[in-house]
Design a protein around this ligand. Structure first.
Ligand SMILES: *[C@@H]1O[C@H](CO)[C@@H](O)[C@H](O)[C@H]1NC(C)=O
Ligand SMILES: *[C@@H]1O[C@H](CO)[C@@H](O)[C@H](O)[C@H]1NC(C)=O
Ligand SMILES: *[C@@H]1O[C@H](CO)[C@@H](O)[C@H](O)[C@H]1NC(C)=O
Ligand SMILES: *[C@@H]1O[C@H](CO)[C@@H](O)[C@H](O)[C@H]1NC(C)=O
Length: 512
């Protein structure tokens, strides 16, 4: 009797004041407990714990008694702890549990008897090979189910039929070869089955997915875009498949589709995407396109046709794309770029044309450009008329071209220029080139200049920093400074580095 009384006092003390925290754990005032390197679930965990996270431990087996005292638990995370088996109903008594995460373990099946309160279940990075409908029975509140990187080989409607509230299903990185429908998940918004082995998705699969907005089948073996996609779709990802044709007529009902990702397929032409009136992003990188897509949607903001076989850019190609902001045409075979081809794109801020066959900077580019990449072409000079309208330009990349001389008047028309890449060109290091250097430096433009190819005695010197050239050109520089000085004093606000606001998309330009 006395013993019982004493232990009750002890219990209420530890509950009421400051419950003790088990070894290798940290406990905080908000009832969050984090533990590392355990071999079993500690018996002395505070029963008020709301969030328990255990990681990098060795717990091969979990059993009911591990958690029976945890009556307030809302979130349980057991990560990278080598767990292989879980007794039936181990979590069943946790009637307040909302989130259960058991990822990076060695589970071969979904634990049975999960509590009906569960809203989030994450079982990614285990060895689960099959799902049974019974494992999810009663989970009417489950919204998120993640089973990434397991060993599932098929998906059938009966497996998930109890999950009437499911909103997000992630099955990336399994071995799924076949799916059957209809999958009756009326609230499902996101489904991802990237990196599986699907050859075919039957049209019946989608019939009862009337809320689906984000669908991803990237990294499969599909040769066609599945039929009967839900009307509700906003985004469709089909990258890294084996598509060789897209029939946009079959996608006509996708009136709200705004993002379509078709990179890394085998497409040789694209025609008629304008049927998707709300499309704003179209990605077609790494296909075999020999020309730009025909009849594009008028609301397009981003078009990525990089890494194809495109040879020409004409006025015709872009005449209706007034909302275009980002255009990627790098790594193609463009040798012909019609003057003014992008003049109608009055929002264009980002143009990537690196690694093509251009012999000169295209004429009459839109004045809205903030970033122009022409790296790795065969451009021989920079003319004033090519750059004079680019008042917003902040980044200009002309690395690895064939430019030998620089007329700094051409660059004076670029008031916002911050980064200029000129290395990898065969510079003829005359004293006038050095003067261009002084002008750029004075304006605060960050310049990569590269090395001199001529004259012979300056070969290999860096034209932006060589002391030798500076000494030899001292006389020229001195003259240049004298003529510039009064102007500088009259307009001190001209100094660009103090005036230019940093734009959102002004990320540091990568150097490779
Ligand atoms: C656990 O549940 C499964 C299926 O619900 C059942 O077949 C099995 O016998 C149960 N195991 C134990 C030890 O009760
Ligand atoms: C398309 O989007 C609009 C506006 O969000 C919405 O009212 C409409 O129901 C959507 N159409 C479909 C087919 O989901
Ligand atoms: C999609 O386009 C249609 C027709 O142009 C328009 O009525 C609808 O509002 C658009 N939906 C969205 C989400 O913009
Ligand atoms: C370098 O420029 C000078 C002066 O303009 C010229 O005489 C010379 O031929 C040029 N060298 C090369 C290799 O282009």
């Amino acid at each position: 009797m006395y013993l019982l009384y004493a232990s009750l006092v002890l219990l209420s003390l530890s509950d009421g004041l400051r419950p003790s925290c088990p070894g290798r754990c940290s406990c905080d005032a908000l009832h969050v407990v984090q533990c590392y390197r355990l071999t079993e679930v500690p018996a002395s965990l505070p029963s008020t714990t709301k969030r328990l996270s255990i990681s990098h431990s060795k717990m091969k087996h979990l059993q009911l008694s591990d958690f029976t005292r945890m009556v307030a638990l809302e979130e349980l995370i057991l990560l990278a702890s080598g767990t292989e088996t879980v007794d039936n109903d181990t979590f069943n008594t946790l009637s307040t549990l909302k989130t259960l995460e058991l990822w990076k373990n060695k589970l071969r099946r979904v634990p049975t008897g999960l509590p009906a309160s569960l809203e989030v279940l994450k079982l990614s990075d285990n060895s689960i090979c099959v799902l049974h409908g019974s494992e999810f029975a009663g989970l009417k509140k489950l919204k998120v189910l993640e089973l990434k990187n397991n060993l599932l080989s098929s998906l059938a409607p009966s497996m998930l039929s109890s999950l009437v509230s499911l909103q997000s299903l992630v099955l990336d990185g399994n071995n799924i070869e076949s799916v059957a429908g209809p999958l009756a998940l009326p609230h499902l918004k996101r489904m991802s089955m990237d990196n599986n082995k699907l050859h075919l998705v039957p049209g019946s699969f989608f019939i009862s997915l009337q809320s689906l907005q984000f669908l991803s089948f990237s990294g499969n073996l599909l040769t066609k875009i599945p039929a009967n996609l839900p009307k509700s779709l906003l985004s469709l990802k089909m990258e890294r498949n084996q598509l060789n044709v897209v029939r946009f007529r079959d996608l006509k009902h996708l009136e709200n589709l705004s993002h379509l990702y078709l990179s890394e397929n085998s497409l040789s032409s694209i025609d008629g995407a304008q049927i998707l009136a709300n499309l704003t992003t179209l990605e077609l990188s790494q296909n075999q396109l020999q020309m730009l897509p025909l009849r594009l949607p008028a609301r397009l903001q981003k078009l990525d046709c990089s890494n194809n076989l495109i040879q020409r850019v004409t006025v015709q190609d872009f005449q209706d794309l007034r909302d275009l902001k980002h255009l990627f045409l790098d790594n193609n075979l463009v040798s012909l770029f019609e003057a003014g081809a992008l003049q109608r794109c009055s929002q264009l801020s980002n143009l990537a044309l690196e690694q093509n066959l251009l012999l000169s900077i295209p004429l009459r580019l839109p004045g809205t450009l903030a970033r122009l990449d022409l790296k790795g072409n065969a451009i021989q000079d920079i003319a004033e008329r090519e750059l004079k309208d680019l008042k917003q330009l902040q980044v200009l990349n002309l690395r690895n071209n064939k430019i030998s001389a620089l007329d700094f008047k051409a660059l004076e028309g670029l008031p916002r220029l911050r980064h200029l890449y000129l290395d990898g060109n065969p510079w003829n290091c005359t004293c006038s080139l050095l003067r261009a250097r002084e002008v750029l430096k004075a304006r605060g433009t960050d310049v990569r200049g590269g090395q001199c190819a001529a004259p012979a005695e300056r070969q290999g010197e860096s034209w932006m920093s060589s002391k030798k050239i500076m000494r030899q050109c001292e006389h020229h520089l001195h003259l240049a400074e004298k003529t510039r000085e009064p102007k500088k004093k009259a307009k001190p606000e001209d100094h660009p580095s103090t005036r230019i606001p940093v734009d959102d998309d002004d990320y540091d330009y990568e150097i490779d």
